[in-house]
Design a protein around this ligand. Sequence first.
Ligand SMILES: [Zn+2]
Ligand SMILES: [Zn+2]
Length: 241
Amino acid sequence: MKLTALGTNGWMPTNNQKTSCFLIEHKGYLIILDCGNGISNLYKYEDILKNYKHVHIILTHYHLDHIIGIMYLNNFFKNYNVHIYGPGKPYYSSIADKLSTLTDEDFFYKSALNTGRILTLTEYDLSGFNIGDVEVKVNLQDHSNYSFGITIDDQIHYAVDTSVIEDNFILGKDVKFFLHECCNMEKEKSGHSSLKDILAMKNTYKVDNLYLVHKNPTWSDESLETIKKEIPVLMDGDILE
Ligand SMILES: [Zn+2]
Ligand SMILES: [Zn+2]
C-alpha cells in the first residue's frame, strides 16, 4: 500500500496546493480517491501510471472540489480502462446523471465521458463494493449534501467533507492511514470539522494514525506549522507507505 497525495486542499486550490485527490497503489491496483484538480499533478508520476492499464476512481460525493478533475482524465488515461465509482440511489439520481451534467459539451470542448477509452460507471450504497479482491467499505457522513467515508481493505480510511462523527473514528482507528478533513480551528462550520473536535475525538478513540487532509486553503504557512506540531498535515506530493 502506497499513497501519494495529489491534492490536499479543501474547496479551493492555492499556489502549490490543489483540491482533493489521492493516488493509491495497492495489490496491483491503481486507485484514485476523489478527483479534484489535484489530479493534474499526475504528470509528475508517469513512472507509476505506465505500470497499469486500468484506473479505479472513487468519488466521495459530487461537490466540484472532488470531481472537477474528471475534465483532465483524458490527459492521463486516454488508453486506459477507466472505472469510476460514485454514490447512487437512494442518495443521488445516478452517477451518470451527475457526471454528465458536469461534462456537457456546452462546458467543455469534448465531453470528458464520451471518449474512445473504455469507461465503466458503478454506483455504490452503504453495502460497499469490491475492486477485484480489494474490499471498499462505505459509511454515511454529516455534510451539507450526502458524502461518504471510504475504507479500503482496512488499510486506509478517508473521511472528507464531514463534521466530526464517531463512525469515522471507529472505522479509522485500526487502519494503517486515517485521513480526515480539517476546515476550521475552533468551531465546526455546518458539514465540516474543526481541529478542536478532531483532537478531542482522537483522544477518546486513542487514534495514532491520523493525518489531516482537505485543509483550509486560507490558512497561512504559520498556522499550518502550528497545527503540524499537534497532528500531521498532508501536503501535495507527500507519500505514505
Ligand atoms: Zn470538499
Ligand atoms: Zn462537499
